[in-house]
Design a protein around this ligand. Structure first.
Ligand code: ATP
Ligand code: MG
Length: 212
């Protein structure tokens, strides 16, 4: 059986990832495409346990390398228990964040050596790569003000300050420039409808579909 497509959403806090994942899942399902929604950190029971260590608590609770290892521990669980089995069954996987977030947040944001992140990435992920990554780009001010609506207690990264989030945003754009075949930048300052319309166009073009 053909393997499913792996689509990831990336972008800063409050850029609309979760909103657009919902829209994309509805659209794919309405067109008869078998797809699951998942997220990082988390996406499997064991990964969700690790998620809580990362999204709650003091901003400085982890050494930089510990934070990276926790993300990759969660990612390893997510891939082996959720993503890979689904793709092998022919199911599409739409993930709310994936590895680009580690490079953007821990690499560009915290300034951690990206070669070391790359080595950890290779050890945990190997050569598995999304078929398409949608990077939702938004100003730090607009994103953080939207994100304030989110549930209390999952705001550890949100509290890391504006300069950190500016580096994260620039990091995502740099990742998109360097891997332009996989990554497409979407202007997330638009209305939900207009953002989704851009996503539909990109999904059709990148994955060779003609869904309407
Ligand atoms: N295009 C948009 N215009 C205005 N508001 C939006 C738009 N997209 C999402 N929102 C609202 O902004 C808030 C954040 O959106 P959402 O939770 O989808 O972002 P996110 O990228 O998943 O955030 P987080 O990084 O915090 O998980 C929500 O209240 C959502 O309803
Ligand atoms: Mg979200």
């Amino acid at each position: 059986m053909a393997t499913g497509k792996f689509i990831t959403f990336e972008g800063g806090e409050g850029s609309g990832k979760s909103t657009q994942v919902t829209r994309l899942l509805e659209w794919l399902e309405d067109r008869g495409i078998d797809a699951i929604r998942t997220r990082e950190p988390g996406g499997a029971p064991s990964g969700e346990v690790i998620r809580r260590l990362l999204v709650e608590g003091d901003t400085d609770r982890w050494q930089p390398v510990t934070e990276i290892l926790l993300h990759y521990a969660a990612r390893t669980e997510h891939l082996s228990r959720t993503v890979v089995p689904a793709l092998e069954a022919g199911t599409w996987v739409v993930s709310d964040r994936f590895a680009d977030s580690t490079f953007a947040y821990q690499g560009y944001g915290h300034g951690f050596d990206q070669d070391v992140i790359n080595q950890i990435h290779t050890a945990c992920v190997g050569d598995l790569s999304p078929d398409l990554t949608l990077i939702l780009d938004i100003s730090v001010e607009t994103g953080l003000s939207r994100a304030q609506d989110r549930d209390q207690g999952e705001d550890r990264y949100e509290r890391m300050g504006r300069d950190f989030h500016k580096r994260v945003r620039a990091g995502f754009l740099d990742i998109a420039t360097k891997d332009s075949a996989r990554c497409k930048v979407i202007n997330a300052e638009q209305t939900v409808e207009d953002v989704f319309s851009d996503i539909q166009s990109v999904v059709n073009a990148q994955l060779g579909l003609s869904l309407s």
